[in-house]
Design a protein around this ligand. Structure first.
Ligand code: SIN
Ligand code: NI
Length: 267
């Protein structure tokens, strides 16, 4: 990788005490200018190349196939700049500071939402945590648009403080339009909803994966290019719940997820 690209990865700034406090209070936070927007431009070009190539169809989350967005997993394994950024000490440190405890790298995934005119849908209200085989909380996700993202392009909304609401169950698979807020109508009354967000390249939202969130459809005429990196509690034990990220890795139930795919990144 060129020195210039490595320099861009080093641009990840420290999170502030105010940002940490907001994250803990609301279960999410917007981090303005977390990293150099030039890095975002470089990542976007590389992601377009990766996603234009034929994809591994054995992986249901790679390439097209999910209506709410086109997902592309493991750019970090396919491209060294994605690898360096997602596994950088800057990102690991931000994750640890926000969550207040050591974290382990979990996964990186591009979530590209097509315009609604081309069939792109909304992302229903959900908590991420229900979908992962960890025995304890302490997981978080960095959501990083690689293009300018006004609200109408599908930036996320959050229910403030809902990371403390407990684990509410899975609803995303439903096809009848019934979502988690229909099932728990009091939630919408007990928690304010975050305002619509305008994120620029370099800006990031981070959410605790217990926090309820959704994203409206992309009502613009171009793709919402977004890259995400997530982290989990370094002490978490593996539950054995089926999950394509872990199946076949030889992990043992009730043991830590110590595997090269999930490094503990320390300075
Ligand atoms: C989205 O990008 O539309 C949703 C991301 C998430 O659910 O974490
Ligand atoms: Ni989510």
């Amino acid at each position: 990788m060129s020195t210039q690209a490595a320099h861009l990865v080093d641009s990840v700034r420290a999170v502030t005490a105010d940002e940490v406090a907001t994250f803990r209070k609301n279960g999410w936070v917007k981090l303005e200018g977390l990293y150099d927007p030039e890095l975002s431009g470089e990542l976007l070009e590389r992601l377009k190349v990766l996603m234009a190539a034929p994809v591994d169809t054995a992986n249901p989350f790679q390439g097209a196939g999910v209506k709410m967005f086109k997902a592309y997993e493991d750019a970090s394994k396919a491209d060294e700049l994605f690898g360096a950024f997602s596994h950088s000490l800057g990102m690991a440190t931000a994750a640890r500071e926000l969550m207040g405890r050591p974290e382990r790298f979990y996964e990186d995934k591009a979530l590209c939402k097509e315009p609604s005119a081309d069939g792109g849908g909304h992302t229903p209200w959900h908590q991420d945590f229900s979908y992962h085989p960890f025995d304890r909380q302490g997981t978080l996700l960095f959501w990083m648009p690689l293009v300018d993202c006004p609200p109408e392009k599908g930036t996320m909304r959050f229910l403030n403080g809902s990371h403390r609401a407990g684990l509410l169950g899975r609803f995303v698979h439903r096809t009848d339009g019934y979502d988690i807020l229909d099932h728990f109508p009091d939630l919408g009354e007990g928690h304010t909803m975050s305002e619509p967000l305008h994120l620029k390249p370099g800006d990031v939202t981070v959410h605790d994966r217990m926090t309820l969130h959704y994203a409206p459809a992309n009502e613009t005429d171009s793709t919402r290019w977004v890259y995400t990196v997530s982290w989990f509690n370094r002490d978490a034990l593996y539950t054995g719940m089926p999950c394509h990220r872990m199946d076949g890795l030889g992990l043992k139930v009730n043991e830590p997820l110590e595997h090269p795919n999930f490094p503990a990144i320390t300075g």
